[in-house]
Design a protein around this ligand. Structure first.
Ligand SMILES: Cc1cc2nc3c(=O)[nH]c(=O)nc-3n(C[C@H](O)[C@H](O)[C@H](O)COP(=O)(O)O)c2cc1C
Length: 361
């Protein structure tokens, strides 16, 4: 395959096709209003991305409940008051020919009280002086994910992506280390997966056959078990419960360090599963046209662009113009980001990411 294959359209099980194989990964820019409403900076960012040539643009992680917040100035989708801003975002993206999706997020035990978060651990042991959430609260949060998906649909988005990565609530419940419950959401691997499956199935039921459902999954840390996640993914693929899996690796070339898959790429453990009509994409250090093309050869249907998309808003167009395109070397100066029209707030967020912004610039 060549880099030009990245520009072939990709059909999804539900709703319209992606016009190419580039998906913008969710990127929390911490520039929303304090109540979670999209700010003028969020809108400008979406408008810039809309001109960037992506097949699908995901929003940053949006809170499905006010108490599920992890970051200052995080985007919200838990209130009707968020609708007008979300509508504007969806419209901007779609007018350019890309599909638009909201990433649905609840921080679980990592919710931040300083921003109004209410830690919601799966176990009594995770957060000191905080009891595990009750079965009723699990059901309430599940329903909040579903209500948020419905709201995204009303705002005009083509779909949502369920945040099941990085130890946030759904990932937390999958982990035998963080989830020692003895209700139907804990114990066996099947019970620990129930929260995720009920969210996905509930969204499909509420939002109907034209709505696109993505699922973001990470494998490392938080006590997650590769073999269990592989089996859950195999089931989700086999039942075609989602439109796409977004495999959230920090390096798309990451190797499995131990166990029966040791030495294989993490990606291959998932790409070799029969996936029927479900599409598979990966994130992690995709910083050049060549790397993006290689990942199609390695079994991906699409690629997720994150940091390279902050460095160059129109990464897909750059790749189209130059099959040897390389992202600028990190770190970059704050001025470089300013010239690319990144807001001061977003630049401030990026200063928190090691090796992204040159210190003192
Ligand atoms: C500034 C920043 C914000 C991010 N915000 C989110 C987020 O809201 N949701 C999420 O699932 N991942 C988030 N991520 C992770 C990225 O989506 C991506 O998986 C990761 O950066 C690896 O891809 P990359 O090497 O291309 O940057 C964020 C990453 C960065 C750099």
């Amino acid at each position: 395959m060549s880099v030009s294959d990245l520009f072939k359209p990709l059909t999804l099980l539900h709703g319209p096709a992606m016009r190419n194989r580039f998906m913008l990964a969710p990127l929390t820019s911490q520039q929303s209003e304090y109540d979670g409403s999209a700010s003028q900076f969020d809108q400008q960012w979406m408008e810039q991305l809309a001109q960037g040539g992506y097949g699908l643009v995901q929003t940053s992680a949006a809170t499905v409940e006010a108490g599920g917040i992890a970051f200052e100035r995080q985007l919200g989708i838990h209130s009707e008051a968020h609708l007008p801003g979300l509508m504007q975002m969806a419209k901007a993206v779609q007018q350019s020919g890309a599909l638009a999706a909201v990433q649905l997020h609840h921080a679980g035990h990592r919710a931040q009280p300083s921003w109004g978060g209410i830690p919601a651990p799966a176990s009594d042991r995770t957060v000191s002086n905080t009891a595990a959430i009750s079965t009723e609260v699990v059901e309430r949060i599940r329903n909040s994910f579903i209500a948020a998906a419905k709201r995204a649909q009303r705002a005009g988005f083509n779909g949502i992506s369920v945040h099941g990565a990085f130890g946030w609530i759904l990932s937390e419940f999958l982990s035998p280390q963080l989830n020692d419950r003895n209700d139907r959401y804990g114990g066996s691997a099947e019970n620990r997966a129930r929260f995720t499956l009920e969210v996905i199935e509930g969204i499909r039921k509420a939002c109907g056959p034209d709505f696109q459902i993505g699922w973001r999954l990470s494998i490392e840390r938080y006590g997650l078990r590769l073999e269990e996640l592989r089996e859950l993914t195999a089931e989700i693929f086999d039942k075609e419960l989602i439109d796409y899996l977004d495999l959230a690796l920090w390096d798309s070339a990451q190797l499995v360090r131990d166990g029966s898959h040791q030495g294989k790429t993490m990606l291959s453990v998932f790409s070799e599963l029969p996936r029927k009509g479900v599409r598979l994409g990966v994130a992690g250090k995709i910083m050049s046209a060549q790397r993006a093309g290689e990942l199609l050869d390695q079994g991906c249907d699409f690629v997720l662009i994150a940091r390279a998309g902050i460095l160059q808003r129109d990464f897909p167009l750059q790749v189209k113009a130059n099959p040897r395109y390389q992202s600028p070397q990190l770190p970059v100066t704050a001025d470089y980001l300013r010239q690319g029209d990144l807001s001061e707030r977003f630049i401030e967020t990026m200063r928190g990411w090691q090796t992204f912004v040159k210190p003192g610039s």
